[in-house]
Design a protein around this ligand. Structure first.
Ligand SMILES: *Cc1c(COP(=O)(O)O)cnc(C)c1O
Length: 392
């Protein structure tokens, strides 16, 4: 294989842990049964595996197995929540509250609902990337049916105060959904203590396989109603039809189980690596840390750089390190990230940004190599920039 750059893009996806692959392998071949085929041993084997995985995932978030609905990932889970709640509760109200810095898998279904006559409040964020809880409470109306605030932001890594938001929603009897795609397996989440009613998860951000995720749907206090968006065989108690993908489900549970077992040690290590990277780069000056300095995912470092062109910066880095500028989507269409603009950044600073996503398999040696390349590239671009100015 040709030489590839160091992978520091863990918020877009992660490599699968070997232990996850090992758990999945038998379910592709010898244990291939359909978990809904309950008339023979092939189905029983698969059903047992799915049942155990469901229990592991439920335990991980303090839910019951009946409250876990498997989906193809967090995008589908978010669509199911937003459209499914809108459809089930529209006679109660047609107002939804979310945040400007959410993932597009929340924002776009909300914008779609606006075209159907729903009203959506997109809350702004403060300079640190967090919402103002007083503003959230003031935004709740008699016809509000859902509040959707993500657990951990995929660009700047900030962690929203789920327990406080849950308490506000419960007090006003509004359903609380959180997109926890970036948070699961990296921090403790307790749907009871945090009063979460609906929660989207995905496996591939936590060293599991792509194409599998889940939606937590509360069954008691209150029992959440959800209109299905995919109908058919009636799997997942009618909320999401389609044959269950046994190997992916087994891998998802294994990945989350490992994430929780190794959460303490992993996050300590990632914090040290992030600090190492920041300590090396920040003396350059003109480097802004995006998002709250402490309330963030331990593996996330998002910076904006003064005095350089954003595309030139990424170009200078790409042979050594695989990173994103803003979100993965916005680096394709080259529009500055909606999240960085929401922080109040200028177009230049929003554009000249780098998101480092440090993961379980990164080493200190890699971090040092990346830091060196970042320093060289920024110095080089800034010198070229000032040389042009001198000529003019
Ligand atoms: C990655 C991500 C998604 C999309 O998840 P998929 O499983 O890839 O569909 C949604 N929300 C957040 C916050 C994410 O980071």
């Amino acid at each position: 294989m040709s030489h590839r750059p160091i992978y520091l893009d863990s918020h877009s996806t992660t490599p699968m842990d070997e232990r996850v692959l090992e758990a999945m392998l038998p379910y592709f071949t010898e244990r291939f049964g359909n978990p809904s085929s309950l008339s023979h041993a092939y189905g029983w084997e698969a059903e047992t595996a799915v049942r155990q995985a469901r229990q592991i995932l439920a335990d991980a978030i303090h839910a019951t197995p009946e409250e876990i609905v498997f989906t193809s990932g967090a995008t589908e889970a978010n669509n199911l929540v937003i459209k499914g709640v809108a459809e089930a509760y529209f006679s109660k109200g047609r107002h939804i509250i979310t945040v400007e810095t959410e993932h597009h898998a929340v924002l776009d279904p909300c914008r779609y609902l606006q075209t159907l006559g729903f009203e959506v409040t997109f809350l702004p964020v403060q300079q640190d990337g967090l919402i103002n809880l007083v503003e959230l409470e003031q935004a709740i109306r008699a016809d509000t049916i859902l509040v959707s605030v993500m657990a951990a932001n995929n660009e700047i890594g900030v962690l929203h105060p789920l327990a406080e938001i849950g308490a506000i929603c419960r007090q006003h009897q509004v359903l609380f959904h959180t997109d926890a795609a970036q948070a699961i397996g990296k921090m403790s989440i307790d749907v009871q203590a945090m009063r979460i009613d609906l929660m989207s998860l995905t496996a591939h951000k936590v060293y599991g396989p792509k194409g599998i995720g889940s939606l937590y749907v509360r069954r008691r206090h209150p029992r959440v109603q959800l209109a299905p968006q995919i109908q058919g065989g009636g799997q997942e108690r009618g909320m999401r039809s389609g044959t269950l993908y046994t190997p992916q489900i087994v891998g998802f549970a294994k990945a989350v189980e490992l994430g929780i077992q190794e959460q303490e040690s992993d996050s300590q290590r990632l914090l040290q690596l992030r600090q190492r990277l920041w300590n090396a780069i920040s003396p350059l000056g003109g480097i802004h840390l995006n998002g709250h300095p402490e309330r963030r995912l331990s593996g996330n470092l998002n910076i904006s750089v003064e005095g350089v062109d954003g595309s030139a910066l990424l170009l200078g880095l790409q042979s050594v390190v695989a990173v994103s500028s803003g979100s993965a989507c916005s680096s394709v269409n080259l529009a500055p990230s909606h999240v960085l603009l929401a922080l109040g950044h200028s177009q230049q600073l929003a554009h000249a940004s780098v998101r480092f996503g440090i993961g379980r398999f990164n080493t200190a040696v890699e971090i040092d190599q990346v830091a060196q390349q970042v320093i060289t590239t920024i110095n080089c671009l800034r010198q070229a920039h000032s040389a042009v100015f001198q000529v003019v």
